[in-house]
Design a protein around this ligand. Structure first.
Ligand code: FE
Length: 396
């Protein structure tokens, strides 16, 4: 038995933000980030549409990137005081992720993060409110997924929350909101989406329902991401849909060790954070080579390669063609080939090697490792991370 869960309603296309005026309820709280939605006028529009729907509206603003436990608790307190029956989360991944966690603490004030982090063990939500998500970046697809990541800065840990209870009720995928993304964010979030689709397609939990979504998302991202990065707004619009399709696939098929490695290297070094989408983009070609030692995985990478028009007379040739194509995409998007080159070399080589055993162990223990087609040993994970640092060949 497998479960496949998506939002009940999904509105997409230019102007779909206006669907907010058709929500039925009394009170809505809008959760937003640092100001771009306000600056570009989308927050005002959302507020006006909700008022047109006859709702009383309150704002919860300034959710920070990588939202904290404290922000979640402040948001939940604001919700308990205002008692909304709609939570409308708008912006990049961060405000939407934060709002998902606020929702749980609004409905269950006595729960704890320790209780919530056990995957698929949430209490039943929708006792007090329903949830509408409106993404402004084209990557995380949190508007359709069962996931949220909250950071406990005091303890220095991230809480990955996973439960179909936090899959939103309504998603509004309006490309106008994503047209405001700067090029670098476009590149990083776009390759995050590409990684979601590729990892979902070869995941051990992939199924007949997730495969077409993943495959089609890969084709769209392959066609449109570089154009979008170079300022083609029609391609940008299509990318907003493509990342959402990738999200539908991975919310149900889960991911693999590209994400495990990106999660655990992201904040591990004193030189600076390695941005999630950029880390995925750099690690994906290496992980494909590693996973392709498993014949079934090689066959499925070969299917991806053929589907996007690459050629080869064996699975091995198709795998190499796919790797070359992804590397070429990275290059066109000005994404470095390895951690050593990241942001002019901010990740110190000595520190990277000192921390290698612990980062590798944490990556193996990450929630995304279980569905990867090949299970890495400690030694293999250390080697793989080294290949990602130095851009050396994976030959094991
Ligand atoms: Fe991701």
């Amino acid at each position: 038995m497998a479960r496949f869960t998506l939002p009940r309603d999904l509105y997409h296309g230019k102007g779909s933000l206006a669907e907010l005026k058709n929500l039925k309820g009394k009170k809505a709280i809008i959760v937003v980030g640092g100001g771009s939605m306000k600056r570009f006028g989308f927050l005002d529009k959302a507020e006006a549409y909700l008022k047109e729907a006859g709702m009383e509206v309150r704002l919860f603003e300034n959710v920070e990137p990588d939202p904290s436990v404290e922000t979640v608790m402040r948001g939940a307190a604001a919700m308990r005081e205002f008692e909304p029956d709609w939570i409308v989360a708008m912006g990049g991944g961060s405000p939407i992720d934060a709002a998902k966690a606020m929702w749980a603490f609004y409905e269950y004030p006595d729960t704890t993060f320790q209780q919530l982090i056990t995957p698929f063990s949430f209490p039943t939500l929708r006792q007090k409110a329903r949830f509408c998500a409106i993404p402004s970046t084209s990557g995380t697809a949190t508007e359709v997924t069962a996931f949220s990541v909250i950071t406990d800065y005091a303890k220095g840990i991230k809480y990955p929350l996973a439960d179909f209870n936090i899959t939103p009720d309504v998603a509004i995928v309006d490309p106008e909101l994503a047209e405001t993304m700067p090029p670098k964010l476009t590149a990083h979030t776009g390759m995050d989406a590409m990684t979601h689709a590729v990892e979902a397609y070869v995941s051990t939990l992939h199924c007949t329902y997730t495969d077409p979504l993943a495959l089609h998302a890969i084709k769209m991202i392959h066609n449109d991401l570089i154009k979008s990065y170079n300022g083609d707004l029609e391609a940008r619009d299509r990318m907003h849909d493509a990342q959402c399709l990738a999200g539908m696939a991975f919310s149900n098929a889960l991911l693999g060790i590209v994400h495990s490695m990106a999660h655990k290297t992201g904040a591990a070094y004193t030189g600076g954070h390695i941005v999630h989408g950029c880390a995925n983009a750099m690690y994906l070609p290496k992980v494909i080579k590693y996973n392709a030692q498993v014949p079934e995985a090689a066959r499925r990478y070969g299917e991806i390669a053929r589907f996007i028009g690459l050629e080869g007379s064996s699975d091995a040739q198709l795998v190499d063609a796919l790797i070359a194509e992804l590397k070429a995409m990275n290059k066109a998007l000005n994404i470095p080939s390895c951690i050593k080159e990241y942001e002019g070399g901010i990740i110190d080589e000595q520190e990277f090697n000192d921390k290698l055993p612990s980062v590798a162990a944490l990556a193996i223990g990450d929630a995304c490792t279980g569905s990867n087609p090949r299970q890495p040993s400690q030694e293999e994970m250390e080697k793989l991370l080294k290949c990602c640092y130095y851009d050396t060949e994976v030959d094991f």
